[in-house]
Write a protein that binds this ligand. Structure first.
Ligand code: T1G
Ligand code: NAD
Length: 727
């Protein structure tokens, strides 16, 4: 815990110590309060430096204590920041690693801040469904102005030291010996007046258009974080800093904090925070786990196919400083692919330079472009990202078997093909695994790691380690058509199309689901991804097109309802954004502004006439329930089948790969919020109304949980039979 020691020349150094990130637990705050009191009272001490143990200043309040009753939490950090600021001895924060949330608030209470060049600072509370509650919303605007403070507080963005220096958050950035530099500074300022360094006493510098600025920020967060309350509360707190004196502003900050704490958001966001970290701790039914199985080192990689996904995957590897060999099928595709990769890498370099990196170019791993498989012979891992075609993928994996060294791992980026079938053509099926990246692959955080029946635990360990190296969140899932993410997504999208048949407009459905908080409604998403991709896949498996048996009813496949609407749009050349029209129309081919299309309304009327469909008024509630509950129901099926081992795996996949609003925790957490009995009853009702939508039939696992009294989400796993796991 906080340790206090004298050093020569009258500077006391207080070190925060609470591994691994020096989070401010009640015990640490208490120890810090004690150490500060001693230093302030000690007449031999003339200045104080606060630093963090093991190269990390502080990651803020201890999130694990958030559910503790407040009377058991001990002294409030806020009081400590006021104590530090008002004391007569100068206090300097020596920031190494991170100063986040309460950690930055603590540093803002100090009179000076020195940061290591690799340190990052920020107020990420909004990402936990709360707001900075130890004066951050009042001190930061006084230090850096309203506009910059609003950005930091409403986005939770982490700012690197050099940018923090430009913004005025820190006073000095050093390349080494941060604590020594802080001590030097502390000695220098002994005896100097501290008035201008006490942020709470400073006026907020308001631009004349401050109200417009606040209003603009409100519009932005309402759009960006639809349905979430914490970003709006953050703006209200900053508004208080503009209009009220510090002590009144603090009261407002506390009031807003209490308000948010009474909502479900903090619990949902904090669940999502820990879930993202827990998914790395995989375990197999055999007992092999992240703890027991070591990954193999990855020094070099290859990527095959430089299309939409391949170019992002190459960029992602280069960003992680892993040298990559990038292979294409012919000279023309190689030229196109290499140009695209180079342009992505240039953009990465630019971003780094803007953040103050002086050697950005050297911080990327080298990329070599080739048509020659021989160049793959020494790489440690290959990631295949060619067209979604089983025969082609098998051809490539056969070839890789011959060319690659026996220790090389072979990964496929397939969105849903059978990993076992691909593995079976190789001479090392135990070293084949699915690494399902999301588009754009150099940006999206999620990596679905798909275990086939032959995949060894070392291969899993290595793929999960790769995710970490790439700065991604790897989630281990089992092998089934479309894996977890796309399997659930397909039903959600299909449900949206059924609702259009029944009377909704695409834009009404999109709006309902975007208001719920999804980043993009299903129709805008289909238009963005390209309707032709699904059409091609459905044609290949004979759901439509020439392979469809003659006499198949238009709106039925087997005993299931089917909607040919997306197929018909494609037959008319409406592929979405790329062709300038799909479910919406666009200003031009490749345009991004989705506009409702009167053509579609006429087309839908005719379609409904032809198929004798009566339109009805569909409420927003029905849209949300049918689209989301069918997805959730499939989540329960995935758990029942052992394709995912825990509800949090599904939630992490949806929060990080599909734009699900984190303030609801993820689909499975959301189901627990709504209440499993409610979800079950609604599914039963919708299934009764639509007996040909078989996936509305409630899953046995959902029924089992309700029958066992609806246990809390963390106990669901124990209600699964252990034999069911496919991991
Ligand atoms: N409290 C408790 N545990 C924490 C923690 C925290 N604040 N931050 C990290 N951990 C745990 C994490 O669960 C993991 O545990 C381990 O530390 C390593 O984390 C009053 C209300 C600091 C940049 O939001 O952003 O201050 O899995 O795997 O990639 O206004 O963790 O090993 O058991 O993420 O090196 C605001 C959140 C709090 C910071 C390190 N602070 N943390 O990243 O390692 S609210 C935050 C992070 C607040 C005040 C309020 C990152 C990191 P385990 P890791 P990393
Ligand atoms: P794409 O059509 O954009 O690119 C495929 C690339 O593979 C092309 O550049 C093509 O020239 C190259 N290629 C084809 N045959 C080759 C061969 N024999 N050798 C070398 N290169 C060859 O496809 P994409 O969207 O990048 O998808 C690639 C894979 O990733 C597919 O399996 C797809 O299902 C999967 N995936 C796609 C997305 C997405 O959003 N596009 C998301 C996740 C996964």
């Amino acid at each position: 815990m906080a340790t206090f020691r004298h050093i020569c020349d009258s500077v006391a150094v207080i070190t925060l110590s609470n591994p691994p990130v020096n989070a401010l637990s009640s015990a640490l705050i208490q120890a810090l309060q004690k150490a500060l009191g001693e230093a302030i009272r000690d007449s031999a001490v003339e200045a104080i430096v606060i630093c963090g143990d093991k190269g990390k200043f502080c990651a803020g309040a201890d999130i694990r204590e958030f559910n503790k009753p407040s009377q058991k939490r001990g002294p409030h950090l806020l009081l400590l920041t006021d104590l530090i600021e008002s004391n007569k001895k100068p206090v300097v924060a020596a920031i190494e690693g991170v100063a986040l949330g309460g950690g930055l608030e603590l540093a803002l209470g100090c009179h000076y801040r020195v940061a290591h060049v690799q340190a990052r600072v920020g107020l990420p509370e909004v990402l936990l469904g709360i707001l900075p509650a130890a004066s951050g919303t009042q001190r930061l605007p006084r230090l850096i102005g309203i506009a910059a403070a609003l950005t930091l507080i409403t986005t939770g963005k982490y700012v690197p030291a050099r940018e923090a220096l430009k913004l005025g958050i820190v006073d000095k950035v050093v390349g080494e010996n941060t604590v020594d530099e802080a001590i030097r500074l502390a000695k220098k300022v002994i005896g100097q007046p501290l008035g201008s360094r006490q942020l709470s006493t400073l006026p907020v510098q308001c631009p004349p258009n401050v109200e417009a600025l606040l209003a603009e920020a409100m519009v932005k967060v309402k759009k960006q974080f639809r349905g979430a309350q914490s970003p709006q509360a953050c703006i209200e707190a900053v508004r208080a800093a503009v209009h009220l004196p510090y002590t009144e502003g603090i009261k407002k900050e506390q009031e807003l904090y209490q308000f948010l704490n009474a909502t479900h958001e903090p619990r949902a966001q904090q669940y999502a925070f820990f879930a993202e970290r827990e998914v790395a701790k995989w375990t197999l039914p055999s007992g092999a786990s992240w703890k027991t199985v070591s990954p193999q080192p990855i020094h070099t990689a290859a990527v095959i196919g430089l299309g939409t996904m391949g170019r992002g995957i190459v960029t992602s590897l280069a960003k992680a400083k892993i040298p990559v060999v990038a292979l294409e099928q012919d000279k023309r595709q190689l030229d196109i692919g290499s140009k695209a990769v180079m342009s992505l890498l240039d953009r990465e370099i630019l971003k780094m330079e803007q953040l103050g990196h002086t050697e950005a170019t050297n911080s990327l791993g080298p990329v070599r472009f080739t048509l020659d498989y021989d160049e793959l012979k020494d790489v440690d891992i290959v990631i295949e990202a060619v067209f979604e075609n089983m025969a082609l993928k098998k051809d490539i994996f056969r070839r890789l078997s011959v060319v690659c060294k026996p220790e090389a791992f072979l990964c496929t980026n397939t969105s849903g093909l059978n990993i076992d079938e691909i593995a079976s053509v190789t001479n090392r099926p135990q070293m084949v695994i699915g690494t399902h990246f999301f588009s754009p692959a150099h940006i999206m955080k999620l990596l679905e790691v798909v275990r086939g029946c032959y995949t060894s635990s070392t291969t899993i360990s290595t793929a999960m380690r790769l995710a970490k190296m790439l700065g991604k969140i790897g989630v281990l899932v089992g092998n089934c058509p479309s894996f977890v993410g796309n399997r659930l997504m397909r039903l959600y999208v299909e449900q949206a199309v059924f609702l259009v048949e029944e009377g909704s407009k695409p834009e009404e459905i999109d709006l309902a689901l975007e208001d719920f908080g999804l980043a993009m409604g299903p129709f805008r998403m289909m238009d963005l991804a390209g309707l032709d991709i699904g059409w091609k896949a459905r044609t290949e498996i004979g759901l439509t097109g020439p392979k469809l048996p003659i006499g198949t009813p238009a709106r039925q496949r087997g005993s299931k309802r089917y909607s040919p609407l997306p197929d018909i749009l494609c037959e008319q050349g409406r592929f979405g954004q790329k062709s300038g029209q799909g479910w919406y129309k666009y200003e031009k081919s490749g345009g991004r502004n989705a506009m409702p299309d009167p053509w579609l309304y006429n087309f839908l009327s005719e379609y409904r006439c032809i198929h004798n469909l009566k339109t009805r008024n569909i409420t927003q509630e029905e849209v949300i329930e049918r689209c989301l509950y069918i997805l959730i129901n499939q989540g329960f099926k995935v758990l029942e089948e052992g394709i995912a081992s825990d509800p949090k795996d599904i939630d992490v996949i949806y929060n990080n790969g599909y734009g699900w609003p984190k303030h609801t925790g993820g689909p499975m957490y959301y189901a627990s919020l709504v209440g499993l009995p409610v979800v079950l009853t609604k599914l039963e009702k919708y299934y009764e109304d639509n007996p040909d939508i078989l996936d509305l039939k409630p899953s046995n696992f959902l029924k089992k949980l309700v029958a066992s009294g609806t246990p809390p989400l963390k106990e669901w796993r124990s209600h699964l039979g252990s034999q069911s796991s496919k991991l």
